[in-house]
Design a protein. Structure first.
Lengths: 123, 107
């Protein structure tokens, strides 16, 4: 059973950066493909990016290209998502989530989710 | 990017009702379609994958169908714990996208 425990809530000023962590237990990070999804207050789910094992690279949604960096520390089984140049529209709950591949390996779904980290951007 | 359009955006129903939510893709996605349930303040939970496969542990009153561009999630007999928001997700290719969500409320 995979468990994902995220870091606590953050309050940041516009223009600052935030780094959210996601600690894995039950599996090692190298056995998983980690992605990040965010949800603004009262809004829907928005995929930000994640690790694509097919080519061994991290892929990002075009909307966040240049502002987001997703990294992993395999020595501590912790994944990180850093978002820079924060603006008020970035106020949201940020989730880490693992991807499960099935079938021929091209089909997948999101299975284990962290508890979410609220990031508030306010002057 | 592939756009996913859900309808309705919200609905009111009573316990025991049959509820159907639809999701339309902007291009054909075969059966690369998942459904999630999200209760307030909680992370989403997978209900069905590959358009019609029920995730282990999910009650059989939930079912998914469709292929190509049109998909449905059906709850055969709505239970009190089913009042939540439902999202479809396409995973055709490497860039997944979610629908806007359907909030199921108590009538």
């Amino acid at each position: 059973q995979v468990q994902l425990v995220q870091s606590g809530a953050e309050v940041k000023k516009p223009g600052a950066s935030v780094k959210v962590s996601c600690k894995v237990s039950g599996y090692t990070l190298t056995e998983l493909s980690m992605h990040w999804v965010r949800q603004a207050p009262g809004k829907g789910l928005e995929w930000m990016g994640g690790f694509d094992p097919e080519d061994g690279e991290t892929i990002y949604a075009q909307k966040f290209q240049g502002r987001v960096t997703m990294t992993e520390d395999t020595s501590t089984d912790t994944a990180y998502m850093e978002l820079s140049s924060l603006r008020s529209e970035d106020t949201a709950v940020y989730y880490c989530v693992t991807v499960h591949y099935y079938g021929s390996g091209s089909q997948y779904y999101f299975d284990y989710w962290g508890q979410g980290t609220l990031v508030t951007v306010s002057p | 990017d592939i756009q996913m359009t859900q309808s309705p955006s919200s609905l009111s129903a009573s316990v025991g009702d049959r509820v159907t939510i639809t999701c339309r893709a902007s291009q054909s996605i075969s059966t690369y379609l998942n459904w999630y349930q999200q209760r307030p303040g909680k992370a989403p939970k997978l209900l069905t994958y590959a358009a019609s496969s029920l995730q282990s542990g999910v009650p059989s009153r939930f079912s998914g169908s469709g292929a190509g561009t049109d998909f449905t999630l059906t709850i055969s007999s709505l239970q009190p714990e089913d009042f939540a928001t439902y999202y479809c997700q396409q995973t055709y290719g490497t860039l997944p996208t979610f629908g806007g969500g359907t909030k199921v409320e108590i009538k």
